[in-house]
Design a protein around this ligand. Structure first.
Ligand code: NAD
Length: 341
């Protein structure tokens, strides 16, 4: 029997090559903005994209930092004084800074993403204070409008595009067992995997990757986060590991752990990847894309596995019961980069 509850999320999406240059002004006007705070880590790009409404740009904030330190959030909030719109142009860290502003000011966000992070379609915010990252969910931080322009992601270095695309893949895979999963989020996740796999196979296919990233973020926003994200969050928080690479390394090991207990998810993931064994398929995809072989290659010490374990809150409804012993062996395998083929 199928039974579920589904809270659909609002938001307008404009997708297409060239849209950041041709459609941004109209989207700013549709939101009735007169005083815009631009948040960006690439000043030149933001200046170029806002040149047709430069008279309405009240301030530009460029001190974007990974994982949104509270100090950066407070500076950005101060810069928002008098603004009626936040325009963010950048990756997940930039969108995250815009979200920190929206969280306390209630200002609407117009997001122009330049990576495959997917944050622009989620109501999830994150802030780091005294080395500890806190996340939360608030409808105020969900951007009102997102302009997805694949021309902007084409400048990503190949390595970063691959890691960011695999990070989006993690959103899709996890959506199959995350706490608020439903048939809609699973359908979106499956199609997201299909587009991401096509995009990752061809470095020139920025459009496939960006569409996949949008679907991935949308599935993640609805389904929520599960075992994989809890592990990566604990790893990132404790050792300041690079976000996208950490996700890319850990994902096949979480899938290997859950797949025997999540047959439907495993077969849908395999189908979307175009392989017979989803675990081997995902592992090989990462290897082909040059994902570091294990967390040890990111500089983490093996003894740190225990530090992470102490920090982990086990998800209650993971398909496979999560015991401390099982988690320890999963983390050791991900640390060593154990071959999953
Ligand atoms: P990022 O925004 O930190 O960007 C990584 C690097 O890529 C930066 O140096 C940036 O300047 C550069 N860059 C960005 N776009 C570029 C482009 N088009 N060409 C060349 N260089 C470019 O990294 P990210 O992976 O996009 O985002 C990671 C952050 O987003 C993490 O803090 C993560 O927690 C957060 N995140 C949040 C959510 C959410 O729902 N709240 C979802 C996903 C990620």
């Amino acid at each position: 029997m199928t039974a579920f509850t589904y809270d659909a999320l609002p938001g307008r999406v404009v997708f297409g090559s060239g849209t950041a240059r041709s459609r941004l002004r109209a989207e700013v006007e549709a939101l009735g903005a007169k005083q815009i705070l631009v948040i960006a880590d690439n000043v030149e790009l933001a200046g170029e994209l806002s040149s047709s409404f430069a008279g309405r740009v009240a301030a530009t904030f460029t001190e974007v930092r990974p994982h949104v330190p509270i100090e950066a959030a407070e500076q950005a909030r101060a810069a928002a004084d008098g603004a009626d719109l936040v325009l963010s142009v950048g990756g997940g860290s930039t969108t995250g800074t815009a979200k920190a502003v929206a969280l306390t000011t209630g200002l609407p966000i117009l997001a122009v993403p330049t990576t495959y992070a997917g944050s622009e379609v989620t109501p999830v915010w994150g802030l780091t204070e005294a080395g500890r990252k806190t996340t939360g969910t608030d409808p105020r931080v969900l951007p009102r409008t997102v302009v997805y322009d694949p021309d902007l992601t084409r400048t990503l270095p190949v390595e970063l595009a691959a890691a960011s695309g695999l990070n989006a893949m993690a959103h899709c895979v996890e959506a199959f067992w995350a706490p608020r999963r439903n048939p809609v989020s699973s359908a979106v996740a499956e199609d997201g995997i299909r587009h991401l796999a096509a995009g990752l196979a061809d470095p020139a296919a920025a459009e496939e990757l960006l569409l996949g990233a949008y679907l991935a973020g949308s599935a993640f926003a609805v389904a929520g986060s599960g075992l994989h994200h809890k592990i990566c969050h604990a790893l990132g928080g404790a050792f300041d590991l690079p976000h996208a690479q950490t996700h890319a390394i850990v994902l096949p090991y979480v899938l290997a752990f859950n797949a025997p207990y999540a047959a439907d998810a495993a077969s849908r993931i395999a189908r979307a990847l175009g392989v017979t064994d989803p675990v081997a398929g995902l592992y090989q995809l990462g290897a082909r894309l040059g994902v570091p072989a294990g967390l040890r290659e990111l500089g983490m010490a093996e003894s740190d596995v225990d530090t992470v374990l102490a920090d982990l809150h086990m998800p209650a409804d993971n398909p496979r019961p999560v015991t401390a012993a099982a988690l320890r062996s999963l983390l050791h395998a991900a640390w060593a980069g154990k071959d999953l083929t």
